[in-house]
Design a protein around this ligand. Structure first.
Ligand code: TXA
Ligand code: MG
Length: 345
């Protein structure tokens, strides 16, 4: 359903004014944030929000995050901001943290997929905040990718997925973090982490004490078990053509496994690994992801997209430890491989 000649404008005053005019007339716009690109609409308009679901091919049961330009706007979106949620806002906002609270009556059920709770986020990205401010309304926005594919971290990814189906992309260059925000549910008795992100579990616990890990976040859901977050589909962030295999274990064993797998099988293989492992590999397409988890996280979606052009059958990804930002990285890797992990010794 192509109906637009999608424009790409830089995220300056002119671009933002044009984007805000589209939002105010009930349209949708893709924009950069510090995590990934978002696809936004007025959070007060169910008709505009429906256009997001159509453009992405998003399942109707998956709720959207509502983005605000300053903390004062939070009370438009949630009618019950708890003291612990306020403490998180005061300490970790603006930033890559989405906080789930009871929704206010103004937020249509279309945004929350029928839930009485809503996710709120105040982004750190200056351009994103300027855009929301210019719109004059909170902005409901999921990641700006076709549903099921890796999130978009560069304007060219947004165009590859959504060109022709949206009128405008606000170009803020490559995203600073490259994985989606941390999602924490603060609407119940106990805080529950539903999606790890750049804000780590450790950082959250410093501010509010014990945080539980949601079901289905780091392990597959058991049969009959339902996830608190409808977004926790098993297969997600997945390349379209290639199969991802996640490798855990010592570097030497990893190098041997990849080399012998590629020799014995007729598959076309790629290895997404830290630079120290990349240096020891040959005979396979190598993507060196730097040495620290931030660099790896930052390049992950771009790399998976680049490798998914049909030229590769199997993508080996190196697993990391679940500390700090490592938990977010492992969460995305586990979903990309559908929890198919090969443990090596
Ligand atoms: O970094 C980000 O969070 C990006 C940028 C654009 O802000 N947005 C993003 O949105 O990643 P999306 O829609 O791709 O992911 C939102 C996640 C989904 O897993 C969704 O199910 C969950 O948050 N979510 C949203 N509202 C929720 C609610 N009320 N209860 C439970 N989960 C919710
Ligand atoms: Mg998404």
């Amino acid at each position: 359903m192509k109906k637009y000649k999608t424009q790409l404008l830089s995220m300056d005053e002119g671009g933002i004014a044009k984007a805000a005019a589209i939002i105010q007339s009930g349209g949708i716009v893709a924009f950069a944030t510090e995590t990934v690109y978002g696809l936004g609409a007025s959070a007060f308009s169910p008709e505009a929000v429906e256009k997001i679901f159509q453009a992405k091919g998003r399942p109707q049961n998956n709720p959207l995050i509502v983005h605000i330009s300053d903390q004062e706007q939070a009370s438009l979106v949630s009618s019950r901001i708890t003291p612990k949620a306020r403490a998180l806002m005061d300490t970790l906002w603006p930033g890559p943290l989405s906080i789930i609270l009871d929704k206010s009556p103004q937020i249509p059920l279309k945004v929350t997929a029928g839930l009485m709770t809503v996710a709120l986020r105040l982004p750190a990205h200056e351009g994103a905040r300027a855009f929301i401010r210019a719109c004059g309304v909170p902005i409901a926005a999921p990641s700006a990718n076709r549903s099921g594919l890796p999130s978009t971290t560069r304007p060219e990814h947004v165009l590859a997925d959504l060109s022709g189906t949206i009128p405008l992309v606000l170009d803020g260059g490559p995203c600073q973090f490259g994985l989606e925000s941390t999602v924490i549910d603060m609407s119940g008795e106990l805080p529950v982490l539903l999606r790890p992100g750049a804000v780590s579990l450790e950082q959250l616990e410093v501010v509010i004490g014990k945080v539980a890990l949601g079901k289905g976040v780091m392990q597959p859901l058991a049969e009959g078990e339902s996830a608190k977050s409808p977004g926790l589909l098993h297969r997600h962030y997945s390349p379209e053509h290639a199969r991802v295999i996640l490798l855990q274990g010592p570097q030497g064993a990893m190098v041997r496994y990849i080399q012998s797998f590629c020799k014995e099988n007729r598959h076309r293989c790629a290895a997404v690994v830290k630079t120290s492992v990349a240096e020891k590999l040959d005979g396979v397409l190598i993507k060196a992801m730097g040495e620290d988890d931030f660099a790896y996280a930052n390049a992950l979606f771009d790399t998976l997209r680049a490798l998914d052009d049909g030229s590769v059958d199997v993508i080996f990804c190196q697993g990391v430890s679940c500390e700090g930002v490592g938990m977010a990285l492992m969460n995305r890797l586990l979903r990309a491989c559908g929890f198919h992990v090969q443990t090596l010794y």
